[in-house]
Write a new protein. Structure first.
Length: 302
C-alpha cells in the first residue's frame, strides 16, 4: 500500500578478497533488547571471544590470542590492554562496577591451570587473587570487594567466592554435576549461575552465601551464562539445543531474554556460536543493549 524510494550514493564495486575455505571469522555485535536489531562493531579473521561493556558505555573489551583488547562501541581498530606477565588470558574476564579494575583469568602459571588476577582497567601489573586453580572469573560484587568464580577442585566444577583483596575461597555449590557461570545481580541480593544437577543445564540463583538455591529455567534446552541487566529487570542467557553437553564452540545457539518481573522468556538473537559468545557480563550501562560474538566458517566450496 506504500511505495518508497531509496537513493544510494558514493557506491563502489570491488572484487572480493580471497578467502580460504574453512576459515573462521568472528563478529562482535550488539543487539537492542527492545527491537532485536543487531549492529556489527568489529569483524576479523580468526577467533576472539567474550565482550564486556565498559561502565562508561564507550568501549567493548574482548580476548584474542591470550590478550585482552579494547575497541570503541562505534567501531574502529582494537588496541591491546597491557596485562603484564599474564599473556595467556582466556574468555573469563570482566570490569568492576566503578570501572577501575579488570579481572582476568590466565594460565601463564601453567602448573596451576587458569588463575584469577586483577589489574587497572587501562593496563598494568596483574595481582593474583586465587590461590588454587583452575579458577575462572565470572562476576564482581556490586561493591567491588568480592568476586565469584567457577573452580575445578577434585574434578568437580563448583561456584566459589573470594575477597578481591585476597583471602580464602568459599565454596557455594556442592550438588552433583557441573555448577558454573556465576554472576551477581546488580543489587547484590543474588548470584545467578547454571547447573546440570537436574539432568539438563539450567539457570539457578542463590543468596551470596550459597543458601536458598532455586531454579530460574526448566526446559528442554541447555542454558548457560546468565547475566542480569544493570537496572535489574532482565536476564540474558545462552541456550544450546537439546542434547548438547558442555558449552562447545561452533554450534547453532540462541540468546534468550527473561523478564525478571514475570519470568517470561523471549528470543533475542539466533546465531552460530557458543563458547566465546557471551561467557561474561556484556550489558550496556543503560540496560538497552547486549554485546556478543557470533562466528562464521567459510564453506569448503565457494
Amino acid at each position: 500500500n506504500v511505495t518508497e524510494t531509496a537513493v544510494f550514493s558514493h557506491v563502489s564495486l570491488e572484487a572480493p578478497a580471497t578467502f580460504k575455505p574453512g576459515e573462521l571469522f568472528s563478529t562482535l555485535e550488539t543487539v537492542d533488547i527492545a527491537s532485536t536489531d543487531r549492529r556489527v562493531v568489529y569483524v576479523a579473521e580468526g577467533r576472539f571471544e567474550a565482550p564486556n561493556w565498559t561502565p562508561d558505555g564507550r568501549s567493548l573489551i574482548f580476548n584474542r590470542n591470550g590478550h585482552i583488547e579494547r575497541v570503541p562501541v562505534g567501531g574502529g581498530t582494537p588496541e591491546v590492554i597491557d596485562t603484564g606477565i599474564a599473556a595467556r588470558c582466556n574468555n573469563d574476564h570482566g570490569i568492576s562496577a566503578d570501572g577501575k579494575l579488570l579481572a582476568i583469568s590466565d594460565d601463564s602459571e601453567q602448573q596451576s591451570g587458569s588463575l584469577i588476577y586483577v589489574l587497572p582497567l587501562d593496563g598494568g601489573a596483574p595481582r593474583r587473587v586465587t590461590g588454587e586453580g583452575p579458577s575462572y572469573w565470572h562476576g564482581w560484587s556490586p561493591d567491588g570487594k568480592t568476586i565469584c568464580f567457577c573452580g575445578e577442585r577434585q574434578r568437580q566444577y563448583d561456584v566459589y567466592t573470594i575477597p578481591v583483596g585476597g583471602g580464602a575461597e568459599t565454596q557455594l555449590t556442592r550438588s552433583a554435576g557441573h555448577n558454573d557461570g556465576p554472576d551477581y545481580s546488580p543489587d547484590g541480593r543474588f548470584i545467578y549461575f547454571n547447573s546440570d544437577r537436574t539432568g539438563t543445564m539450567q539457570v539457578w540463583r542463590m543468596a551470596p552465601d550459597g543458601s536458598a538455591q532455586e531454579p530460574m529455567t526448566s526446559d528442554e534446552r541447555n542454558n548457560w551464562f546468565p547475566h542480569i541487566s544493570p537496572d535489574g529487570k532482565w536476564m540474558v542467557f545462552l541456550s544450546y539445543p537439546p542434547g548438547v553437553t558442555g558449552h562447545p564452540p561452533d554450534k547453532d545457539v540462541t540468546l534468550r531474554l527473561m523478564s525478571l518481573a514475570d519470568r517470561k522468556i523471549t528470543v533475542l538473537a539466533k546465531l552460530f556460536g557458543g563458547q566465546g559468545t557471551i561467557n561474561v557480563p556484556s550489558w550496556s550501562p543503560d540496560s538497552k543493549r547486549v554485546a556478543f560474538v557470533s562466528y562464521e566458517i567459510l564453506p569448503n566450496s565457494m
